[in-house]
Design a protein around this ligand. Structure first.
Ligand code: ZN
Length: 171
């Protein structure tokens, strides 16, 4: 039986393009939590554990209506975490590998963290199927577009997971 790493290397050597599919596991080596299971999620957000609130209940548009401070606190904390995180060396290795192929590379990711772009992947090469935390949009989609969250500098009380300042750059 062939060693799986040898087989992967053979495939890469004969490939003419690279499609990278990524999920939460991609960020682990950069030090990001993967939120797998309520245990992992609640370890990062004790305030949500206390409220017995799992990921699907807070990562949900209705949370912005029912408890805006908490929803903004949760997203604000994650936004800051992803802004502060440096992509691990694997991103640069994948980029170098894909760039030398005749058809280059594309990324299809469920991650909202923007780590591929931070690792110098071009915006056009990254498809973020679950959206991006680095952008804002209206919950009623009244503008029909998204916009960069750049002007939003969240201050979050980590013990309560609540936003302390007013959300900025909302239009
Ligand atoms: Zn609106």
């Amino acid at each position: 039986m062939t060693d799986p790493y040898d087989r992967a290397r053979d495939w890469l050597e004969s490939a003419d393009g690279l499609l990278i599919t990524a999920g939460a596991g991609m960020g682990i080596d950069s030090g990001l939590p993967d939120f797998r299971g309520p245990g992992g999620f609640w370890a990062v957000y004790p305030a949500l554990a206390k409220a017995r609130m799992d990921f699907t209940r807070i990562a949900n548009p209705s949370a912005f209506a029912s408890d805006p401070e908490l929803a903004w606190g949760f997203y604000g904390h994650r936004l800051q975490l992803y802004r502060d995180t440096l992509p691990h060396a694997g991103f640069a290795r994948l980029l170098a590998l894909g760039q030398q192929l005749p058809h280059g590379l594309r990324v299809f990711t469920s991650n909202v963290d923007g780590q591929f772009q931070k690792a110098d992947f071009s915006t056009a090469s990254v498809c973020e199927v679950h959206g991006s935390i680095h952008h804002l949009q209206c919950t009623e989609n009244c503008k029909g577009r998204i916009w960069p969250a750049d002007g939003f500098l969240p201050r979050v009380d980590t013990s309560s997971c609540r936003l302390l300042n007013e959300p900025k750059n909302l239009s």
